[in-house]
Design a protein around this ligand. Sequence first.
Ligand code: AMP
Length: 213
Amino acid sequence: MRLILLGPPGAGKGTQAKMLKEKFHIPQISTGDILRQAVKDNNELGVKAGSFMDVGQLVPDDVVIGLIKERIKQVDCEAGFILDGFPRTIVQAEKLSETLTEMGLVIDRVVDLEVNAEEVISRLSGRSTCSDCGGMFHEKSCPPKVSGICDSCGGILAQRQDDNAETILKRLDVYQESTAPLKQFYKKQGNLKAVTARGSVEEIFSRVLEMVK
Ligand code: AMP
């Protein structure tokens, strides 16, 4: 099964992708996670990407396309994968289609997680992530038992650098301009399904499962 999760920042793509990964035993491929790791490692990719990420802009298409092309050819992707945060532009979607066609593969389903801008701002401004296990928390909807400490592994919780008011608004603009047109792109291909991304994580997950059945 090859899936794409679409939706604005803060729609819950990462959370739903992790749940799908557990259920179907296929890898979650998050370009955001790969790029953040590269920034942390201060490697060539991280140096290239960091300045775009800090201000909420997209990393150039050729950089992320190269990453994904390599990643989906790895052996753990043979039974499928979940793309989380890729594609984000029409060019990325076209290149993905081309690469999959060359490999004799197709995308089976694109799930669009629908959430409004107000909700996105509230979700992102209160969110924190464990620097060790990637566990996600929110000061209102899912607070950790001990402030600043991950419930699962005891790691330190940190706010993402790009989860500040100014960058969140920029990321929303970028989403509207560059990523939202992908809905039309995949609608034309006939494999887009929309899901209301409101309610509990479990409620949203059961809606997502209905769509990928
Ligand atoms: P995310 O974790 O998916 O919200 O991504 C965080 C940041 O990484 C984005 O704001 C972009 O700067 C960059 N990024 C992640 N995925 C992509 C992509 N497919 N294309 C371009 N930039 C990306």
